[in-house]
Design a protein around this ligand. Structure first.
Ligand code: MTE
Ligand code: MO
Length: 354
């Protein structure tokens, strides 16, 4: 499954060896202190109980320190049809910009769906002012760590204080609460938004805000293909039911683009018979080193795997709300594929592995 309807809570990204070492030192200290403060030699059972307590405490500390690392390393990319060039906002910059407080219930807080919470965050309109918006851009697509995405009109982003929240009731948003960055709508102040922007629009762990749609830009090996270069490659059309989870019609859809093997050849790369291609997309789950989208040479050679840039009967460019400008597509009958093909949105990079 590609874009999950239900969020996955990614496991900790930074297993910081230093904090693990501190934990061991800390545990030794706790046991030593416990021993010296005792009048009688503790029983083995007592020692074991302290040991277990210390382990639990250290595990908690470790988790907190990992979460801390993860959060302060979080960045927000504002991309697409903006005026200033794209470079991510750091956590420190985001903290500084987060001056807006929105009181609202959180429809994704089942424990108490009516509780009014105080969210602190950055209004999206402030980001639009900062980065500038091309006159023909009409919407912003928010992309999350897990590949989830949602699109909001610029008109509404200008009209309402819709924020990227980093704090709830004075505390950083945990992963379970949708943090580090969570798209929050002012339901209390503007009740008309309750239906329009229901729970499904509240995007957890936002990593990108894309204004309009980005131009085609694909890195293949060491070469960059912009839209002009990519348009010059041979084109292929495919009609197939699509495997993208969000924002596509069901049933057969026309797709047009460049075959994966043609793109690799155009970049001057050779794929050996036991080699493979890694596909990387914008969402973090599509650039996970531990679990890459990997296609073996047989699949690439024998299957018409497509880097699609156009869709539908009128072959329109694939916009950001659908995961464009470039998406990875598979014909329905691909005998070479052993595992379920992963339909990747926002394709940005191909790497050939020998
Ligand atoms: N990043 C991210 N945000 C997300 C989702 C998701 O899968 N990933 N699901 C959306 C949907 S459809 C709903 S209803 C709510 C709650 O999702 P849950 O019920 O799966 O927790 O979060 C929304 N925000
Ligand atoms: Mo949902």
């Amino acid at each position: 499954m590609l874009q999950q309807e239900h969020p996955v809570f990614p496991t900790q990204m930074n297993q910081n060896p230093r904090s693990r070492k501190n934990a061991i030192v800390c545990w030794t200290t706790i046991v030593a202190l416990s021993l010296t403060s005792c009048k009688h030699t503790p029983s083995l059972a007592q020692l074991e109980a302290w040991h277990q307590e210390a382990i639990a405490r250290n595990a908690e500390q470790l988790e907190n320190s990992d979460r801390q690392t993860e959060q302060t390393a979080w960045q927000l990319w504002v991309q697409g049809q903006t005026k200033s060039p794209s470079s991510p906002l750091t956590w420190a910059q985001l903290q500084e910009l987060a001056t807006t407080h929105i009181p609202t219930p959180d429809p994704n807080y089942p424990a108490d769906p009516n509780a009014i919470l105080d969210f602190r965050g950055i209004t999206v309109s402030q980001l639009l002012d900062r980065f500038g918006v091309a006159p023909d851009a009409t919407e912003v697509t928010f992309v999350a760590f897990d590949g989830f995405r949602t699109t909001i009109s610029i008109a509404d982003l200008r009209r309402y204080p819709i924020i990227l929240a980093l704090e709830r009731n004075g505390k950083p948003l945990s992963r379970q609460q949708g943090g580090p960055l969570y798209l929050v709508f002012p339901h209390t102040q503007y009740p008309e938004l309750q239906k329009k922007y229901h729970s499904g629009f509240w995007v957890f762990y936002v990593t990108h805000a894309i204004v309009g749609t980005e131009p085609v830009r694909l890195k293949i090996g060491n070469r960059q293909f912009d839209s002009t270069a990519f348009e010059k490659l041979p084109r292929t059309t495919l009609e197939t039911p699509v495997g993208y989870k969000l924002g596509w019609p069901s049933g057969k859809v026309m797709l047009k683009g460049v075959l994966l093997r043609d793109a690799i050849a155009a970049a001057g790369l050779k794929l050996s018979s036991n080699g493979a291609v890694i596909i990387r997309g914008k969402p973090s789950i599509h650039r996970d080193r531990a679990n890459p989208v990997l296609l073996n040479a047989a699949a690439v050679q024998n299957c018409d795997i497509l880097l699609a840039t156009r869709w539908g009967n009128d072959l329109q460019p694939i916009p950001a709300p659908m995961g464009g400008p470039v998406t990875l597509a598979f014909p329905s009958s691909c005998p070479m594929l052993t595992e379920t093909p992963r339909w990747v949105t926002f394709v940005e990079e191909l790497e050939v592995v020998p």
